[in-house]
Ligand binder design. Structure first.
Ligand code: DHB
Ligand code: MG
Length: 228
């Protein structure tokens, strides 16, 4: 028997991923509508994939989330996955720097049936985060905004959390370059390297990184807050 080529292996991984998506993370009209609205508005198509979205839902359910904070709304796609894990009196606040994108997200939330549980706040996250201290603690915090500020977002996420909260950050693999700082790195990649190091070394957190985007070249950093 001949060895499978790397092309065949990639095809097999793709097949497995498609099957898991279809069986465990199907997109309904609300999620597909959010993607279409984002395309129509010219937003970049860089949202998380359905398996990652379902994982966010699983984690929100695991920590019995009633309050969720998202840093960086983009198309509202991850926000819809997260909001659907909330009880009817739960609340998701998502922070978005671009006011036009925020309008797209509000419409997509309403269209997906989660308008009542969600709130899009417009501004730079580092300006908005200090205003949230009286609204926490948040049970789950999802970070998916400008990468250079990830270390500061982590500080705020821990401040705004409780023991048992889950802090998740997107793009923490980045083709494998997000683990070791080098002399020629840009500020975004340095932010990701530092985020991985901080979450790995902080005694208040238990952390793993999963390479789980479509081609395993990027993925989520998942940290559980043990204590403060
Ligand atoms: C990119 C992807 C992301 O998920 C993100 O948050 C920012 C940028 C990208 O592929 O460029
Ligand atoms: Mg991202």
């Amino acid at each position: 028997m001949s060895e499978a080529t790397s092309e065949q292996q990639a095809e097999q991984r793709h097949q497995i991923e498609s099957t898991i998506s279809r069986l465990f993370a199907p997109e309904d009209a609300g999620l597909q509508g959010a993607l279409q609205a984002a395309r129509d508005a010219g937003l970049p198509e860089i949202q998380i994939n359905p398996i990652q979205g379902k994982l966010l839902q699983v984690l929100a359910t695991a920590c019995q989330a009633r309050k969720i904070l998202e840093i960086g709304s983009l198309a509202g796609y991850s926000g819809i996955w997260l909001a659907r894990a909330l009880p009817t009196d739960g609340h998701l606040i998502t922070l978005e720097i671009n006011p036009e994108h925020a309008e797209v997200v509000r419409a997509s939330f309403a269209n997906a049936g989660v308008g009542d549980r969600t709130e899009v706040r417009v501004g730079a996250a580092l300006d908005l985060l200090p205003t949230l201290t009286t609204e926490g603690p948040f049970d789950l915090i999802f970070i998916d905004a400008d990468k250079a500020s990830y270390p500061q977002y982590l500080d705020w996420a821990i401040k705004l959390s409780r023991a048992g909260s889950i802090i998740i950050a997107d793009n923490c693999v980045r083709d494998g370059v997000a683990f070791q700082q080098t002399a020629t790195m840009d500020a975004d990649t340095i932010g990701l390297v530092q985020y991985n190091q901080l979450t790995r070394e902080d005694p208040r957190l238990t952390t793993i990184v999963l390479a789980n985007d479509n081609d395993y070249t990027d993925g989520l950093n998942i940290a559980v807050v043990k204590a403060h």
